[in-house]
Design a protein around this ligand. Structure first.
Ligand code: MG
Ligand code: MG
Length: 255
């Protein structure tokens, strides 16, 4: 498997990443406040950009990839799992579940985080999906300790999701993050405990379980970005950037 460079962060760098994470959390909190029927996904992007701008920051998403991603956040609704493009005509409806992903660049370092939430009244099935996905993220975070391996993190996420009868993505993975949005190591959402790379203090990794109700299979829409479940069933996505320390895992993307 292709591995990107792994960069261990020193305490000064971690401090900057924590600030980047705090700003990213403020962006996501603002977007969360606005989630209601009738709001457009372009409105959500505009609100996110306003918060980023107030901190003198930009999102690494804008202009990323091919074709260049046109917005600062991704907004993915219902069967859309990740990478949904904000659009002026796309409105949230009662009963939707929506996943928001955002990155923040601050003093040359990137924070990356995502959440999913319901709009208005959602079904039990949707609420359960949100709960399991968020809990799977925390099951992974609990393994982010010096001396454990990336496979311990992956296995914790996979086992948690599958024990609840849901499916976790195969193709899309967690990743190291720092001066670049995607560094090593790669941390898949499926794996075997005891395998993979040893975790060391100063590693900063974005963990991001993406969970699907009916299948683990996905496809990409003709816009070349939006990833949807292959069977049209609901999906959810939670992500935090986390630092491995000498002690407990340190969440960087919280207020
Ligand atoms: Mg992300
Ligand atoms: Mg990420």
């Amino acid at each position: 498997m292709f591995e990107r460079q792994i960069n261990i962060k020193n305490p000064a760098e971690l401090k900057i990443m924590r600030e980047a994470g705090r700003i990213n959390a403020a962006v996501l909190a603002k977007v969360k406040e606005l989630l209601q029927p009738g709001v457009t996904t372009a409105d959500l992007n505009a609100a996110a950009e306003e918060v980023l701008k107030s901190h003198g920051c930009v999102s690494p998403f804008k202009g990323y990839g091919h074709p260049p991603f046109p917005a600062s956040i991704t907004v993915s609704i219902n069967d859309e799992m990740v990478h949904g493009i904000p659009r002026p005509k796309r409105k949230l409806k009662n009963g939707d579940i929506v996943s928001i992903d955002c990155g923040t660049v601050f003093k040359g370092f990137v924070a990356d985080s995502a959440f999913s939430a319901g709009v208005g009244d959602i079904s039990f099935e949707a609420a359960n999906l949100l709960k399991v996905t968020e809990e799977a993220l925390y099951a992974g975070i609990a393994q982010m300790r010096k001396g454990r391996r990336t496979g311990d993190v992956s296995a914790a996420i996979q086992n948690y999701v599958e024990s609840r009868g849901l499916h976790v993505t195969r193709e899309y993975t967690g990743h190291g993050v720092g001066r670049s949005m995607h560094e090593g190591p790669q941390v898949p959402n499926i794996g075997t405990a005891g395998s993979g790379m040893l975790l060391r203090a100063g590693m900063t990794i974005a963990l991001e379980p993406m969970v699907l109700i009916g299948t683990h299979e996905t496809r990409v829409l003709p816009d070349q970005w939006t990833v949807v479940s292959a069977d049209g069933t609901l999906t959810a996505h939670f992500e935090h950037t986390v630092a491995v320390t000498e002690g407990d895992p340190l969440l960087l993307t919280v207020l």
